[in-house]
Design a protein around this ligand. Structure first.
Ligand SMILES: Nc1ncnc2c1ncn2[C@@H]1O[C@H](COP(=O)(O)OP(=O)(O)O)[C@@H](O)[C@H]1O
Ligand SMILES: [Mg+2]
Length: 331
């Protein structure tokens, strides 16, 4: 399979009056053509900063990509000029955010907004652009698309607006779609419909998707692979099956125990006690130590080496490492 995105040792910080917030601290991620990668973790763990780095949307100052590379189809996004990035953004890589209204212009019709991107980036006639926009509205499940093209954003419900935003993101046929908490603002029924829509779009267009969410329940059906983030690091990655049925990191296990699961009805939900560490001065060792029910002496001192549990499953946890005993023995 073709690897379309390869993130290596990404470090992103924000320099503020209070000090340096180390938002992303050495993230490695890869994405293959046609797959859905979910990035999950509690609020503030660096999911959005990672995603925004791919699109070069980190505000600078105060933000800065301090180290690492982000290869998208061979180009290192961290090294491209602003002009080169603008050619990729919205065309080869598109992004969808939580609140659809931020992506829509209230003063323009849906038709105008959909065709605007096309006319800008593709050399096509208005008639062709209109036809493509209507087809795209059909794909995302908007009834009577020809009529709806003439309407304004406020004439649509929240769920329909998010469908339109998805249509806008897809209209230039990107290879990568990044969706940052795309269903968080929607109610549960609509949320399920939008998730089904992502699956349908992927089947029909072959686009690769990065889906970001704080809610593991959201990705239970649609992720091929899952990366679990904590305090600016990816602490466990695996296929959906590996993460849901053989979660290894105590944090992943904690997250799973705290969300409702369709396959385990009636299980009691147990929230993870405590809060994530301050990213101004993140702990030297494993950042989950203070909340971890299985923490050992070594955990607070040294960050764990990564252990490969299978070809697709990897975890950063001392519980998997024989060498932990050696460190425990030292003063
Ligand atoms: N513009 C900014 N200025 C300062 N700190 C920021 C900025 N954007 C994000 N951060 C910090 O970076 C960390 C990661 O944030 P983020 O990636 O948004 O988390 P989430 O996983 O919820 O998406 C947080 O501690 C957040 O406060
Ligand atoms: Mg976020």
């Amino acid at each position: 399979m073709e690897k379309i995105l390869d993130i290596n040792d990404l470090h992103v910080s924000f320099v503020t009056y209070g000090g340096e917030v180390q938002a992303v601290r050495g993230v490695d991620l890869e994405l293959y053509k046609g797959e859905t990668l979910a990035i999950v973790g509690e609020s503030g763990c660096g999911k959005s900063v990672t995603a925004n780095s791919i699109m070069r949307l980190i505000p600078s100052p105060p933000g800065k990509i301090k180290k690492g590379s982000i290869h998208f189809k061979g180009n290192d996004m961290t090294k491209l000029s602003n002009k080169q990035v603008r050619k990729i953004r919205g065309v080869d890589i598109s992004m969808i955010f939580q609140d659809p209204m931020t992506a829509l212009n209230p003063t323009l019709t849906i038709g105008n907004q959909l065709t605007e991107g096309l006319k800008q980036h593709r050399n096509i006639s208005s008639t062709q652009a209109n036809k493509q926009a209507v087809d795209m509205l059909k794909l995302v499940g908007i009834p009577n698309p020809e009529e709806r093209m003439k309407q304004y954003p406020h004439q649509f419900s929240g769920g329909m607006r998010q469908r339109i935003v998805i249509a806008m993101a897809l209209i230039c046929e990107p290879e990568l779609l990044i969706a940052d908490e795309p269903t968080t603002a929607l109610d549960v029924t609509i949320q399920a419909q939008i998730l089904q829509l992502f699956q349908k779009i992927q089947r029909e267009t072959g686009v690769s998707i990065i889906l970001i969410t704080h809610d593991l329940g959201v990705v239970a059906k649609i992720a091929d692979r899952i990366a679990v983030m904590y305090a600016g690091k990816v602490i466990e990655t695996g296929t959906r099956q590996e993460i849901f049925y053989r979660p290894n990191h105590p944090y992943t296990q904690g997250l799973l125990n705290s969300v409702p699961r369709l396959d385990q009805k009636g299980e009691k939900l147990i929230p993870i006690a405590g809060t994530p560490p301050d990213l101004f001065s993140p702990p030297e060792g494993c950042p989950f130590t203070a909340r971890c029910p299985k923490a050992m002496e070594v955990c607070s001192r040294v960050y764990p080496f990564q252990t490969e549990l299978s070809g697709t499953h990897a975890v950063d946890c001392w519980l998997q490492d024989e060498r932990a005993k050696k460190y425990t023995a030292s003063p």
